[in-house]
Design a protein around this ligand. Sequence first.
Ligand SMILES: Cc1cc2nc3c(=O)[nH]c(=O)nc-3n(C[C@H](O)[C@H](O)[C@H](O)COP(=O)(O)O)c2cc1C
Length: 329
Amino acid sequence: MPDRPFQYLLHPLPLTGGGTVSRIMPGPMEGIMHPLFCKAVSELGLIDFWITPFLRISTDVPRDSRLRHFILPFTETGLPVIVQLMGNNPELIAAAAARFRKLGVAGINLNFACPSKQVISSGAGGSLLRKPELMRQIIEQVASACPGFSLSVKLRTGYDDSAEMERILERAVSGVKLDFIAMHFRTVKEMYRKTDQGFERIVRAVKLAGDIPLIANGDIFSAEDATAMFRATGCAGIMIARGLLKNPFLSRHIRQTCGDADIRTTTGDGRTIFFNKLLDIARRDPGKYWSRPQFMELANYMWGSSHPCFEVFKQLSDKEFLSYSVVEQ
Ligand SMILES: Cc1cc2nc3c(=O)[nH]c(=O)nc-3n(C[C@H](O)[C@H](O)[C@H](O)COP(=O)(O)O)c2cc1C
């Protein structure tokens, strides 16, 4: 494993077809990355590009108007957008990818990781880890429908067991041209359970990925977690999902820790700043952005439902909530 300095994480990752993205990647989050979230993140400059949550392609390719609607919250931030597609029909996914390419996105990411029961029972997401030959067909069809375009995948280390990783990577991606593999170190069966094998699994994944940049994902909640993952595994980048909710300035903190002297960050509580930004946006245009369930769900991810501020939010009327300001705890 090359002993690279942390500054390596600041080197942009080139995308096939042009452009670059950060090696400190935002993890896609379905149900969280709605227009309000995207606007707040971009107004505060918290990330550099998007990987959208999955768009499920099952029986047909949606019309262009629906595809445009799907990417709008992301494209209107002005940041590059990689669209994540999920499904098990190679022709349909390839057709959807080609249509998104025409709409001007920066690349396509294929979801072979989602562990949700509903997704698994439909034979998509993480269930495809049991069918690496079909994964390969999907990857190859998308690549041939979108030549010279950025293509990447998101995986877990196995379905039942991480020992499957060797077989999966050998059969699904060896010899394939991908811009990166984002690897969540858990298996599908593990869902979000704790494992102490994260680093060891990512080390194996980095080796198996060969020339394809391996982006490590899982349980990165601080800049120290990020640099520990990088140091222990030799990964080519990191991806943070829940960490961005617990600490919205995390990507900025990581950049700073890696030596980026120009980065905007904060010494205050990032959650407070972010939540107040969400409220500010909702106040400016409540018709478009105010949704109590969305605020409660974000608060739940950010502070947890046992935190005193969550209790306060529960007691507020909609009107009180909209004029509320969180005070740093
Ligand atoms: C609410 C939520 C929604 C998610 N939606 C997606 C998704 O649409 N596509 C995907 O590839 N991963 C999705 N994930 C998984 C994350 O991107 C990430 O792989 C996982 O949470 C592990 O990283 P973390 O420990 O940094 O959170 C989701 C995770 C959460 C918590």
